[in-house]
Design a protein around this ligand. Structure first.
Ligand SMILES: Nc1ncnc2c1ncn2[C@@H]1O[C@H](COP(=O)(O)OP(=O)(O)OP(=O)(O)O)[C@@H](O)[C@H]1O
Length: 248
């Protein structure tokens, strides 16, 4: 980890499904406000890991602490963004973004102000009364991003959120994500198959092995944003991560 204060501490995390050992004694820390990327082979257990953090799956053994306390969804505020469009079609853009604040019973005026602030940041203020089926793919992703950040999460988990988008749109949304993360200081764990994406976004990249999954290596990306994918240093790090993975 970097010299940042620890936000998330994973210790000896093991997850089995019956006899199938998926996560094998995984330990690592994530610093407060860190942007950590995780890459690994298909089926190695990336989603299982995220589901263990949110306690959708009970770990077989080991611990996940946030701010020094065992993760607990009643106490910790964790946002989750997946690849699939997860907007709610029956709610307007504004209502979608507001959803998490209403669940947490944030006072009405504060919620309205926060929603308006985040809609402005993602450039959707004019569309606040639209429904998801009236929006483009990039606008839908912006709704999802605004909804995740507006609750000011302790931890934002992202599972291949841009996997199905074209490359130009992906870079644009990634830049916006980095800007929002910088402004809010949110701690992010971002899972991807795409090595270039991991080097573009991450302060650090954890590389996982095939099942039973361990951490093979950890690579720091000490480069300023916005990063240039053609830059010599960028290419060097991308090649290093590729060599470490070699799952094909
Ligand atoms: N609920 C479950 N019951 C039994 N086995 C499961 C369950 N969830 C996941 N697995 C198994 O755990 C392994 C890891 O699955 P997981 O979906 O976490 O991998 P992944 O790295 O996210 O995959 P991908 O790269 O395809 O996104 C797989 O072998 C899968 O079959």
């Amino acid at each position: 980890m970097s010299d940042k204060e620890t936000k998330v501490k994973v210790t000896n995390l093991t997850k089995k499904f019956g006899d199938l050992l998926v996560l094998d004694d995984i330990s690592f820390d994530v610093g407060k406000g860190e942007f950590l990327c995780i890459v690994g082979p298909t089926g190695c257990g990336k989603t299982t890991f995220l589901n263990s953090i949110t306690h959708l799956y009970e770990p077989t053994s080991g611990h996940i602490l946030i701010d020094g306390k065992e993760v607990n969804l009643k106490e910790h505020n964790i946002s989750y963004i997946f690849q699939e469009n997860s907007t709610m079609p029956w709610l307007t853009v504004e209502e979608n973004v507001r959803f998490g604040l209403d669940i947490k019973s944030i006072p009405r005026e504060e919620a309205t102000n926060r929603v308006s602030e985040y809609l402005k940041i993602v450039g959707l203020e004019k569309y606040k009364n639209y429904y998801p089926n009236q929006l483009s793919a990039s606008m839908l992703q912006r709704v999802v991003i605004a909804r995740a950040f507006v609750t000011e999460p302790d931890l934002l988990l992202m599972d291949e959120p841009y996997g199905q988008l074209d490359i130009e749109l992906r870079f644009k949304l990634e830049d916006e994500l980095l800007e929002l993360q910088r402004r809010t200081g949110t701690t992010v764990i971002f899972i991807t198959h795409n090595i270039e994406e991991a080097v573009y976004l991450g302060e650090r990249i954890l590389i996982l092995t095939n099942k039973p999954t361990k951490i093979k290596s950890s690579v720091f990306v000490d480069m300023q944003h916005p990063r240039n994918i053609a830059d010599e240093e960028f290419v060097e790090i991308r090649n290093k991560v590729t060599d470490l993975i070699k799952w094909w």
